[in-house]
Write a protein that binds this ligand. Structure first.
Ligand SMILES: C[S@@+](CC[C@H](N)C(=O)[O-])C[C@H]1O[C@@H](n2cnc3c(N)ncnc32)[C@H](O)[C@@H]1O
Length: 383
């Protein structure tokens, strides 16, 4: 299998575009999709370069690279991996990294100040996240701004269309080309919008209260895999250094703090909203923030070698819509590097995923702790 990385837009415009991290084998997944191309071709046919444009949710920076000749280009994404992919692809195509202004947060004030002419949104997986973005744009009330929403045609559910029609008078879908479409939104309705940024999770674990920001995994309910791991934590030594890797709303780290309040817990996730949620939940449950750190990172790349006594992890097995084990593998490899000798990595995984073999290859051993019909808990100790 060979990864397809060359994209020809026109005889003069060729791009080399990679997903992040670069996967040279075992993957045919591309860094762009048909809706990116459809949208970019339409925008280029308008031939307006004097635009002030914001691109939201461009997964690997493909749209941004292809539109880099537009005068003022801003970019926002909740994901660290997307930010790293953008840098990688700009560099690969010899585009100045400073050409694109990165927004670290999205607020309606920011949108008003920048006074964008066009906002492009790649349809996110989470409807709550889309609603959050559209609410901010709506609150900013930009009268001369076109909003375009692009994605796979089948992902524009009736619920999404209903939401769009409640916000805009004109919701105009493009033709479907290669199973993709974009929708132009204009004529913003004059209504006051409310969006609940923090969604409480329906159930509590061990009396812990947890809220989630819009783009956080399993928003509104505790993940059953994460819950199973929280039920099967090892005994924790006083003052230990612990890492909740891929923390989401922070349930695992919170469960550990509850069990042993003297420990130090670091929360790592690639999503800024996940990190924000973990911090919010520590405050909500009145834990001492002096014992915690909240770090947005790709796996645990920036974490210090041989630092942790225990790492807990409920690894993702998707990157966007693609099923993959490369993130779990990177998390296990990072965990081995940053555990102290004798330190433990404890994970939960679906029974059908081959995590045991991966842990055996990295740690040299791995023990099953328990399992149920769906999940298995595994423990690997660093020698
Ligand atoms: C299955 S969820 C687990 C969330 C939480 N720990 C729980 O048990 O409910 C996996 C988490 O990994 C995060 N993640 C995905 N890719 C990542 C990466 N490359 N680096 C760090 N975190 C990542 C996701 O944002 C998500 O919060």
């Amino acid at each position: 299998m060979q990864t397809e990385t060359e994209l020809t837009l026109s005889p003069q415009e060729k791009f080399e575009l990679w997903r992040y991290p670069k996967q040279t084998t075992h993957s045919t997944l591309r860094a762009w999709d048909a809706s990116d191309l459809y949208l970019v071709n339409e925008l280029k046919s308008e031939n307006k370069k004097e635009l002030n444009m914001l691109i939201i949710n461009d997964s690997f920076g493909a749209i941004s690279c292809m539109l880099a000749d537009i005068h003022h280009l801003s970019w926002y994404n909740d994901s660290k991996v997307a930010a790293l992919a953008l840098d990688q692809n700009l560099a690969c195509n010899q585009i100045d990294l400073n050409k694109i202004q990165r927004l670290t947060t999205l607020t309606s004030d920011e949108l008003i100040t920048k006074n964008y002419h066009k906002i492009i949104i790649k349809l996110p997986k989470s409807i709550a996240y889309l609603e959050f973005i559209l609410t901010l744009i709506h609150q900013a009330g930009l009268p001369n701004c076109d909003v375009l929403l692009a994605g796979k045609a089948s992902d524009f559910s009736p619920n999404i269309i209903k939401k769009l029609k409640s916000l805009y008078d004109d919701v105009i879908p493009s033709r479907i080309v290669k199973k993709s479409r974009y929708i132009s939104l204009s004529g913003q309705k004059s209504q006051t919008l409310q969006f609940n940024y923090w969604q409480p999770n329906k159930e509590k674990f061990n009396d812990l209260i947890t809220d989630s920001a819009p783009n956080v995994f399993s928003r509104g309910k505790l993940d059953i895999g994460g819950r199973f791991l929280a039920d099967n934590l090892p005994s924790i030594a006083e003052h230990a250094h612990i890492l909740d890797l891929g923390c989401g709303n922070g349930l695992l780290g919170l469960a550990i703090l509850k069990q042993c309040p003297t420990v130090n817990v670091d929360f790592y996730d690639e999503s800024a909203m996940a990190i924000e949620s973990a911090q919010h939940n520590c405050l909500l449950n009145e834990f001492n923030l002096d014992q915690t750190r909240f770090i947005q990172d790709d796996c645990a790349k920036t974490a210090q070698d041989t630092h942790y006594d225990l790492i807990v992890c409920n690894p993702p097995f998707h990157q966007l819509n693609a099923i993959t084990d490369h993130i779990a593998e990177q998390m296990f490899t990072d965990a081995y590097r940053i555990l102290k000798p004798g330190g433990e990595l404890r994970i939960v995984g679906n029974r059908h995923l081959a995590y045991q073999q991966k842990l055996m290859a990295i740690f040299g051993q791995c023990d099953p702790i328990t399992s149920n019909q769906k999940f298995v808990i595994l423990s690997a100790i660093k020698n």
